[in-house]
Structure formats: C-alpha cells, structure tokens
Design a protein around this ligand. Structure first.
Ligand code: COA
Length: 325
C-alpha cells in the first residue's frame, strides 16, 4: 500500500473591475498595441478598495471545495502562495481557515512570488504523501495592483489581481494495482543571486512600507525562457515521459511570448496550451490555478488528462509539476 495525492477540484475568482489596455493608455504613457504585441495582454482585473487578497482567495477556495464535493470542515491543511498578504502577519491562510469555518489542522503562506502556486503544491504534495494531512487546499492569490508604481510604464501594465485554488486529497492505494498516480512529481528551484532582477523595493524590516515592483524586464525574460525549458525537461525525465504524452500545458501566465517559447521547446500543438494571459495579465501565484479552472470548467481538461504546470518568478524561483487531472 502507498499514499498518492490527487487534485480533486478547482475554483477561481477575478475581481469585477476590468481595466483594459485602452483604459491604461489614458493614464500611462503607453498604447494598446505596445502592451498586446509585447505581452499578449488585453486587460486585467483590479481589486476594489477594501477587497483584499483573502477575499479573492476565499471565493476561489469555496468554489474549489464545491467542485471537489468537500466540506470546509474536512480541510486539514491550507497553504496559500501569495506575495500580497492581507497583513504582514499572521498568514493570509489563517484568515481563510477562519472564514471557511475550519478549526483544525494547519494553515500557512508560502512566498515564492509567481512560482508560489507550484511551491505550495509541492509542499502539500509532500505533506500528504508523508501521511501528515488528508485534505488540503492549495491557493494562489495576489493583489499585485497594490504594488504597482504608476510612474513606471515598464511594469505597471503587466500585472493584475486574482485567485485560484485546488483541493488536493490523499488516497491510500495498492501500489501493485493500477492507479493513475495523481500528482506524479513536483520540481522547485531558486537562485538568490538573481534577486535584484525582480523585487519589491519595500519590506517590514527595511523601509516599513510595502514598496513597488522593480524589474529588469529583458533579463527576466531571458531567464524565464531558459529556466522553464530546463524544468519542464526535468519533470518529464523524472517520470520517463515525453512531450507527446502531455495532454495540457497549464503555464504561469506572465507573457504570451514566454509561453510560446516553452511550447516551442516542448514541440506541442498550440491548442494543447491553456492561455488566459490576455484576460487577466500576470496575476502572480494565482495564474496557474486560474488557467486550470478555466480549462476544466469549459470542458477542455478531462479526468485522467496529463497536465504539465510551470512557473518562474522573483527570487528567482521556478518550478514545474506533472499531474493527472
Ligand atoms: N508602453 C510603451 N512603451 C514602453 C512601455 C510601455 N508600457 N514599457 C517600455 N516601453 C518602451 C521602452 O521605454 C523602450 O523604449 P526605448 O527603446 O525608446 O528605450 C521600448 O519600449 C522597448 O523596451 P524594452 O524593455 O526593450 O521592451 P521589451 O521588448 O523587452 O518588452 C517587457 C518589455 C517587459 C514586455 C519584456 O521585457 C518582458 O516581458 N519581460 C518579462 C517580464 C515578465 O514576464 N515578468 C514577470 C515574470 S514572473
């Protein structure tokens, strides 16, 4: 006998307020054409005043629980990937735990910026397989609009707000009989020597402010292309799989040109890629579960499909996960 962990439901939420490229061009020295041609972004969603990361995350979590047919009281682990917590402490995850009416188990946040969902999934997968918990919520939620410098046109057009969640459950299986494997493997990396390529210039122990996003765009782009290619190769090799075995690529949605380069590397048909960046820009830790939820609920992703998820973000951090839906 052994334990596998499986994705059993997903949900997501985007704030109602939509900001198009044309809206931005009215207040920033930019154009619809520049943003779309460089990134594939057409619009983003911005949280309303008073609408916090935990509010977006809670709706996504409730939708994921409903989809999985799981009661909030049965959740014994909540891990939130976020860079924009409601408070400096405690973790946003404990607020979600309270708001779900969940009174046992553990809840904490993970800070890996745009790789936050993959990091959170990796941690949860290990904890479930170790037999420590049974039913987990993995949430990616961010309100990066709160960290934007509207005087910096090279970054302020790229990001949006949103949340996505998955339910992950542990199942005991007979390892000698057929089972689909659930989450096959996760792979996470970081290289702190590149922290200055993409960071927020504030912090509780330095400026006592939250600060603004600062990015060397071209350098980040270059690293994204090479590191994502390397980590997807690593994930496939670890499972003795080939690119043709993948049913769906569900990538971090930062920039269509970065996604296109991974697709080229994997030699995948474009209709096997879930693309949502046009609709919500870069929502950091939320973007993979947002894309997953879109493709599950419109019927593209079906039970048993093999998913490859990948992301890179500030740190630099990067990672990938292979899972059967
Ligand atoms: N609107 C109009 N012009 C803009 C602009 C904007 N929003 N932002 C920058 N520009 C200008 C620059 O000032 C520059 O003008 P110049 O040539 O007169 O100096 C020109 O556009 C080209 O800038 P450049 O930085 O070379 O553009 P680029 O082709 O590298 O695209 C990014 C910029 C940010 C879109 C691109 O580097 C990128 O996508 N990087 C990765 C970002 C990312 O995904 N980060 C998150 C990872 S999780």
């Amino acid at each position: 006998m052994g334990i596998i962990s499986k994705l059993t439901g997903c949900g997501s939420y985007l704030p109602k307020n939509v900001v198009t490229n044309a809206d931005l061009a009215k207040k920033v020295d930019t154009s619809e054409e520049w943003i779309f041609s460089r990134t594939g972004i057409k619009q983003r969603h911005h949280a309303a005043v008073g609408e916090n990361t935990s509010d977006l995350a809670l709706i996504a979590a409730e939708r994921a629980l409903l989809h999985a047919g799981v009661n909030g009281h049965d959740v014994d682990l909540i891990v939130v990937g976020t860079t924009t917590p409601d408070r400096t402490f405690p973790a946003t995850a404990v607020r979600i735990q309270k708001n779900l009416g969940c009174d046992h188990g553990a809840a904490f946040d993970v800070q890996a910026v745009c790789s936050g969902f993959i990091y959170a999934l990796s941690i949860v997968d290990s904890m479930l397989k170790a037999g420590q918990f049974k039913t987990a919520l993995v949430i990616g939620a961010d309100t990066l609009s709160r960290l934007l410098n509207w005087e910096d046109r090279t970054t302020c057009v790229l990001f949006g707000d949103g949340a996505g969640a998955v339910v992950v459950q542990a199942f005991e299986v007979d390892t000698n009989s057929f089972h689909d494997g659930g989450i096959l493997s996760t792979h996470i990396h970081s290289d702190g020597s590149m922290e200055d390529l993409l960071y927020c210039d504030g912090g509780p122990s330095t400026t006592q402010t939250t600060g603004y996003i600062t990015m060397s765009g071209k350098e980040v782009f270059r690293h994204a292309v090479t590191k994502l290619a390397s980590v997807v190769t690593e994930a496939l090799a670890a499972n003795n799989l080939k690119d043709i075995d993948i049913d769906w690529l569900v990538p971090h949605q930062a920039n269509k040109r970065i996604i296109d380069s991974t697709v080229k590397k994997l030699n995948m048909p474009k209709d096997k890629v879930v693309l949502t960046v046009h609709d919500h820009a870069n929502t950091s830790a939320a973007s993979i579960p947002l894309a997953l939820d879109r493709a599950v609920h419109d019927g593209r992703i079906k039970r048993g499909d093999l998913l490859l998820m990948e992301a890179m973000g500030g740190g630099l951090t990067w990672g990938a996960a292979l899972a059967r839906w």
